[in-house]
Ligand binder design. Structure first.
Ligand SMILES: Cc1ncc(COP(=O)(O)O)c(C=O)c1O
Length: 258
């Protein structure tokens, strides 16, 4: 490469730059509007209003209700929350998870971790185009199956999985269904009801947000054990906001709609 040649960055599936409009929208919260959105006094109001607006915008993108959106530090945390939070949830049925061999490490690693804790995991194969056969999903279901986690779009080869078909199978068997949509949100339609998913992962830095921003859609009524026990952010146990009574963390887990 000569001094006059500039490299061109094309790997937007690994990460995108922060959009100038995003940086502009965030600016006030890096300067003056620093209040803790969970505080409940004058200094928290601008931050809380911005958080509420952001939650509504993410919900609109997914065709969900704002109280079904839990902000996380990124796609990895959202995947971990969906998988481990389901495994640890009170009253869970069984300890069997169905996933695919081509999931992102942020799904495969929590699954392997749960195997060490007594869980069992089926890693479904894919065909030569990277596609999962929904019939394989159906055949893998046992009375012990508590979760199906299949990614929407693959991060290496871009294969888009038949999520709506798999969602219909999951619903028929009453099994919770998660999709890692880190590579698809903002690029192809990701309305949760059309996909038939109960949980859906978003990674902000794949669509022009800064690193350290993500979300998990959690269908109203699902219980999830939190990964981190402590402060009341994101509907935590000490939160005061009564406007979204349908979604709250309990000491036992996240109860959305409960
Ligand atoms: C499919 C998929 N899932 C999850 C992740 C992890 O997201 P994050 O980097 O926000 O933790 C990525 C990022 O590469 C991804 O491509």
């Amino acid at each position: 490469m000569t001094a006059t040649m500039r490299p061109i960055y094309l790997d937007y599936n690994a990460s995108t730059p922060v959009d100038p409009a995003v940086a502009e929208a965030m600016r006030p919260f890096l300067d003056d509007a620093f209040g803790n959105p969970s505080s409940g006094h004058w200094a928290s109001a601008p931050a809380k209003a911005a958080l509420d607006r952001a939650r509504s915008q993410v919900a609109a993108l997914l065709g969900a209700a704002p109280y079904e959106v839990v902000f996380t530090s990124g796609g990895s945390e959202a995947n971990n929350l969906a998988i481990k939070g389901t495994f640890y949830a009170p009253n869970r049925r069984g300890a069997h998870i169905i996933t695919s061999a081509i999931e992102h490490p942020a799904v495969l690693a929590p699954c392997r971790f749960l195997e060490r804790l007594g869980g069992s995991v089926t890693y479904l194969p894919v065909d030569r185009t990277g596609l999962i056969d929904p019939e394989d999903v159906r055949r893998a279901i046992t009375p012990q199956t508590l979760l199906i986690s299949i990614m929407h779009a693959n991060n290496e080869v871009g294969t888009i999985q038949p999520i709506a078909e798999i969602g219909a199978i999951a619903r028929k068997h009453g099994i919770r269904f998660h999709t890692d949509a880190a590579q698809s949100v903002g690029k192809i339609p990701t309305k949760v009801d059309e996909l038939g998913v109960d949980m859906l992962t978003i990674a902000g830095h794949k669509l022009y947000a800064p690193k350290g921003v993500g979300a998990l859609y959690v269908r109203s009524g699902l219980e999830l054990e939190p990964l981190i026990h402590g402060a009341g952010h994101e509907s935590g146990p000490t939160r005061r906001n009564r406007e979204r009574p349908a979604c709250h963390w309990t000491w036992n887990g996240l109860r959305a709609g409960g």
